[in-house]
Design a protein around this ligand. Structure first.
Ligand code: PEP
Length: 251
């Protein structure tokens, strides 16, 4: 199973800056990588960047709508993304759940819409500091996953990658320790085994996200159930992002 390193650029970079960053990342990737490398630039640049990303770099949308086409001003559908050759979409990021009212139901609808359009999904889950401190973090993550994956078949899980992103570690510089990450990733894999089956759970990549950077990527990726990372801040500097890709290559 290949590791994945995905960069979430959020709402950063003007077009010329984004193109420059993409080109720097692209030129730093070898043709023989065994890690899948994905960038998620702001939506207005997706089409142009996909056309120029080349073979080794894949492009993801940071979200998609839960609906099909129609009178939904400002939304864009997963079928539209697929028609632009965008193959990946991030769904359920905590910033969308917290800032844009994305409920567990909306996350599930978006996931179904994306899979129906043939996209691969990076499904985010993760607890707040308050939930972790109350000791309910495993229940919280289980609840998010069971909602998002409700009714999904084992075969459809081929299109799903899970990203565990503790909210208290996102953009805070406070990384989960490799033990905390492994503990939650192992919990998620066991849950996937019970919900689907062992083969499906073993084949599912589980990424860690939250202040992952060159200095801690190696230790995080060395954990048996950590199959790469979803990277925010450190994906905005080509050298840092490439160093994280290099760490994923070692494991
Ligand atoms: C993210 O928002 O997905 C993320 C992991 O951010 P950061 O790496 O900046 O914590």
């Amino acid at each position: 199973m290949k590791n994945i390193v995905a960069g979430n650029w959020k709402s950063n970079k003007l077009l010329h800056e984004a193109m420059e960053l993409m080109n720097e990342v692209k030129s730093g990737l070898s043709d023989t990588l065994s890690t899948e490398v994905i960038i998620a630039p702001p939506a207005p640049y997706l089409s142009v960047m996909t056309g120029q990303a080349g073979e080794t770099l894949q492009v993801a949308s940071q979200q998609c709508s839960a609906t099909g086409s129609g009178a939904f001003t400002g939304e864009f559908t997963s079928a539209m993304l697929a028609s632009c050759n965008i193959n990946w979409v991030i769904i359920g990021h905590s910033e969308r759940r917290q800032g844009y009212g994305e409920t567990n139901d909306a996350v599930r609808d978006k996931l179904y819409a994306a899979l129906d359009s043939g996209l691969h999904v990076l499904l985010c889950c993760g607890e707040s500091l308050e939930v972790r401190e109350s000791g309910a973090h495993f229940d919280w993550v289980q609840n998010q996953l069971s909602h998002a994956l409700e009714g999904l078949s084992n075969e459809a899980m081929d299109g799903v990658v899970v990203a565990y992103e503790p909210i208290w570690a996102i953009g805070t510089g406070k990384t989960a320790s490799s033990q905390q990450a492994q503990e939650m990733h192992a919990f998620i894999r066991t849950w996937l085994t019970n919900r689907f089956d062992q083969a499906t759970a073993q084949a599912c990549r589980i990424l860690y996200g939250g202040s992952c950077k060159p200095s801690n990527a190696d230790e995080l990726f060395a954990q048996p159930d950590v199959n790469g990372g979803l990277i925010g801040g450190a994906s905005l500097k080509a050298a840092d992002f490439l160093a994280i890709v290099a760490a994923a290559e070692k494991h």
